[in-house]
Ligand binder design. Structure first.
Ligand SMILES: Cc1cc2nc3c(=O)[nH]c(=O)nc-3n(C[C@H](O)[C@H](O)[C@H](O)COP(=O)(O)O)c2cc1C
Ligand code: SF4
Length: 157
């Protein structure tokens, strides 16, 4: 496995967040370098695609939203030989039915991840992990832990 860094120090780099989403491109440079270095039969699974969602995001390029989406970048990176498959992390927590909904042509039904990283806060605080944007239990768990233990200044793992 190739890591983007230690999440304790560079959380926003290992999981690009909505404040600095453009760090996502570093992941694709890592993935390409790794893919080029390995024997072709070894499958490279790329990470860090959730930030793109349906193309509605804070990424810098002034291109149509279709060229800023998770499907655009996943397809592009696979066809450009950056990686062989893509993994979906946070977006799976937000909506594990995303692939089905996209196949059925229902992108507007997807609960898109907003890259807030509150799920990571639950992880850091040793609570059951879930999406605090779309899951009632996770939302409540976050409220409770913040009430009982105070808010976190830094999201350090
Ligand atoms: C709640 C949570 C737990 C994670 N745990 C791990 C882990 O144990 N090991 C790991 O290598 N990455 C872990 N990650 C990082 C993801 O595998 C992934 O690399 C990262 O979230 C970026 O992909 P994404 O943009 O699709 O979320 C975790 C991410 C989240 C949100
Ligand atoms: S809490 Fe939900 S919306 Fe926020 S980053 Fe995690 S999966 Fe995405």
């Amino acid at each position: 496995m190739v890591s983007a860094g230690c999440p304790s120090i560079t959380l926003a780099l290992s999981q690009p967040d909505r404040r600095i989403p453009d760090q996502v491109y570093l992941h694709y440079t890592f993935q390409k370098i790794v893919n080029d270095s390995l024997d072709p039969e070894i499958v490279v699974i790329g990470s860090a695609y959730s930030i793109f969602r349906d193309g509605v995001n804070n990424l810098q390029p002034q291109v149509p939203k279709e060229q800023k989406s998770i499907t655009y970048w996943g397809n592009k990176n696979i066809s450009d030989g950056v990686c062989d498959m893509i993994a979906i992390g946070r977006q799976t927590l937000a909506d594990c039915y995303m692939p089905k909904k996209l196949i059925e042509g229902k992108p507007d039904d997807v609960n898109w991840c907003i890259a807030c990283d509150n799920c990571v806060e639950l992880l850091i605080r040793q609570k059951a992990v879930g999406c605090t944007t779309y899951e009632k239990e996770a939302k409540q768990a976050l409220r409770d832990v913040r009430k009982n233990e105070g808010s976190m200044k830094w999201k350090l793992t």
